[in-house]
Design a protein around this ligand. Structure first.
Ligand SMILES: [Mn+2]
Length: 335
């Protein structure tokens, strides 16, 4: 598996074995990958009798409440430095220290040691050891390899969490990140007891009618521009709140835009807590990451996002304008 070929794989494995205390971090607005990968690691730590903590700045979406030890997630925006003093800080699926606890600089210097386990190509390499494998379709591939190499097996609960993480990040093996290694990882997880149909029922066939109607509202606003290469829709904060949407209720919605024939760049603007969250998807030759970076964001080549402050209407107009320019001029700076 690719992850094992990374020169830092063994170093991370040694650090996990050496430290008796792990503080595992997830990213904000947590998705299946950060949570499934982190809970699998947390469960291994528990089995090994380590002192483990799993921390996320935002709460656990209901969909993932079947993960092992799900009720033990500590939801907080920051941690007292004293709580990490003797611990290995393990960041899971976090591309930048800005996407997790607010006092990361303090925690990184206070902790006994730190590892950063991730697959984002634009990872800022903020930890002491940065095991970043951009070819992995999910951080779950790296965590699965670590658990296998650790030598204590993978439980059925861990396999279910990791399989969820894997398929939510690679779109059920549809995205171009899907590789031989993704399927190799799935094989290991199925052998360890993961049940694809049960997991799919939990994560994809589990929507409330309110959320389905919210998706419908967004879909009804679909707008094509830039000669049909760009597609966009949007949702206001009160609409999202009115549907009791939690942080993953809108996951996958943007992909509906990519189903339109000829669309190369999809954009979804959602208002959240007075801020604007932009999601971007792309097909070659366009880069979602490049476009998101124009708004201070980042992510993967074909799936990225940005947080944009300012009024909703103005932000929507500037997103459209910037996307139009980007598609017209591509990666050149000719604007
Ligand atoms: Mn991921």
């Amino acid at each position: 598996m690719t992850a094992e070929k990374n020169g830092l794989f063994d170093e991370v494995l040694k650090k996990l074995k050496r430290h008796d205390s792990w503080v595992i971090l997830c990213h904000e607005n947590p998705d299946g990958d950060t949570l499934g990968s982190a809970f699998a690691l947390y469960s291994l730590g528990k089995r090994e009798g380590k002192s483990v903590m799993i921390v996320c700045p935002d709460s656990l979406p209901d969909t993932f409440s079947f993960f092992p030890h799900a009720a033990e997630l500590r939801v907080t925006k920051s941690l007292p430095a004293g709580e990490v003093r003797n611990a290995l800080l393990a960041a899971v699926d976090i591309s930048t220290e800005k996407r997790t606890l607010a006092n990361m600089p303090e925690l990184l210097s206070a902790c006994a040691d730190s590892v950063n386990i991730d697959h984002h190509g634009d990872n800022t390499m903020f930890a002491a050891t940065n095991l970043v494998v951009p070819s992995a379709s999910a951080t779950a591939e790296i965590i699965t390899a670590l658990l296998s190499a650790y030598g204590k097996g993978i439980t059925e609960g861990e396999a279910s969490a990791l399989y969820t993480a894997l398929v939510t990040d690679n779109g059920n093996f549809r995205y171009n990140s899907t590789s031989v290694e993704s399927h190799g990882c799935a094989q290991l997880l199925l052998e360890a007891g993961a049940k694809p149909t049960e997991i799919d029922d939990r994560i994809n066939e589990n929507m409330t009618d309110k959320i389905l109607r919210l998706w419908g509202l967004a879909l009804s606003r679909t707008e094509l521009f830039a000669g049909g290469k760009c597609a966009l829709f949007w949702l206001r904060g009160f609409e999202i709140d009115g549907a009791d949407a939690d942080s993953n209720a809108l996951d996958g919605l943007i992909n509906m835009l990519m189903r339109i024939k000829g669309v190369k760049v999809a954009l979804f603007l959602a208002e959240k807590n007075g801020n604007n969250k932009l999601s971007v998807r792309s097909r070659a030759p366009y880069s979602a990451r490049d476009l998101a970076s124009r708004f201070g964001g980042g992510g993967h080549q074909n799936a990225a996002g940005a947080k944009i402050s300012g009024g909703f209407e103005d932000t929507l107009a500037s997103v459209k304008k910037e996307a139009e320019k980007y598609v017209a001029f591509g990666n050149t700076s000719a604007q």
